[in-house]
Design a protein around this ligand. Sequence first.
Ligand SMILES: Nc1nc2c(ncn2[C@@H]2O[C@H](COP(=O)(O)OP(=O)(O)OP(=O)(O)O)[C@@H](O)[C@H]2O)c(=O)[nH]1
Length: 393
Amino acid sequence: MESYLGLIVIIAVAVLLAAGGMFLLVRQGRKAVPPPPPPPEVRPVPEAEREAPPSGTVREDEAATTTVPPPARPIEVPVAPEIEVPPPSAGRMVRLRARLARSQTTLGKGLLELLSRDRLDDDVWDEIEETLIGADVGVAPTQVMVEELRTRVKVLGSRSPGEVRGLLREQLLNQIGTDTDRTLHVAKHGERPAVVLVVGVNGTGKTTTTGKLARSLVGDGKHVVLGAADTFRAAAADQLQTWGDRVGAEVVRGPEGGDPASVAFDAVAKGMDVKADVVIVDTAGRLHTKTGLMDELGKVKRVIEKKATVDEVLLVLDATTGQNGMRQAQVFAEVVNITGIALTKLDGTAKGGIVISVQRELGVPVKLVGLGEGPDDLAPFDPEVFVDALLGD
Ligand SMILES: Nc1nc2c(ncn2[C@@H]2O[C@H](COP(=O)(O)OP(=O)(O)OP(=O)(O)O)[C@@H](O)[C@H]2O)c(=O)[nH]1
C-alpha cells in the first residue's frame, strides 16, 4: 500500500512539473509577436481641400466608366488695332472757340474797353493802335482799322456797348475777309485722288497737322493715304504711321534720308491703286538754303505731277512765332505756290491778330487752325466764329 502511495506522489509531481513548463513556453511565444498597429485615424476631407485631379487624369473611382478629356486650348486670334472713327470737320471751330481765351482777353476785351470810353482822345487812339500791333495784326492793317474806326465813331457820337462791339466786329471781319474761298480742295478727279502737299519749317507742327488733317478727312468719310516724305527726320515717318494706324489710313514711307520725291511718287501711286480720295504728303522743311529747298520741293511737286495734280499746297505756320515765323514762311511762299495756310497753336497765343497779318503778307487764306494738342483739335477756319470768340458774347 505504501509503495502505491509513493508511486502516486511521484506521478503527481511529474504532472505538475510538465504543466508548469508548458505554461512558461506559451508565455514566451506570445511576447515574440508585436501587437498589430492601431488602425489609422480617418478624418473627413472638407470640399474646399479636395484636390481636383490633374487634367487628363482618370480618377480611380471612375476608371471603369469615364475618362475626363483635357480642356480645349483657346485659339489665339491676332487682335487688329482698333480703328477710330473721328468726328466730322464741320462745327469744330465752334466747339473749340473757348481755346481762344488768351486772344480774347488781350485783343477783344482790351479793344472793347478802350473804344467804350466816353472821350476818345489821341492817347486812347494810340493805345488802340498799340493793342492791335501788339496782337500781331500788322502795321498796315492796323492803320486801316484805326482810320475806319475813327470815322465811324465820329459819325456815331455816343456809343452803346452793343454799337462798339458791332463796329469792332465789322472792322475785324473786313480785315480777315468773309468772302474768301477757304475750302480745302480735296475733291477726287474721277478715279484719281486729290493730292495735298504739306510744307513748312520743322517744329511748326507740320507732321501733327498732317495727321490731324488725315483724321478730319476720314471723319468726313474720305479714304486717305499718307506719304511720309519728310525722310530727313526719321521720327516724322513713325509719327505719321501712328496717326495713320489710328484711323486706318495707309502710310507710304521710304528709307531714312531717302529721296522725298520718290516717297511722294509712291504715295500717289498707292493712292491710285487703292482708289483713295485724298493723298496727303508730309514734306521735309529744311531751311538749309533757299535753292536747296526750292530744288527739293520743286522736285516733289514735279514728280507727283507725272501721275496726278497737286490740288493744295498747305503751309503750316506756328502762330506763337510771330514775325520770325512769318519770315520763314515767306521763303516757302517764294519757292512753292502755296494755296492755303494751316495756322497752328492759335490756342497758345494772345496774338490772334496773326490771322490778319499772315494772310496779307502771304496773299493766301488761312484754311485751317490748330487749337490744341488733341487729335481732333484742327478746325476749318471760320472768320465769324473767330471774331465772335475774340469779342465774347
Ligand atoms: N497747343 C497746341 N499744340 C500743338 C498744335 N499743333 C501742334 N501742337 C503740338 O506741338 C508739339 C510739337 O509739334 P512739333 O514740334 O511741331 O512737331 P511736329 O508736329 O512733328 O512738327 P514737324 O517737326 O514739323 O514735323 C506737339 O506736341 C504738338 O502736339 C496746336 O494747334 N496747339
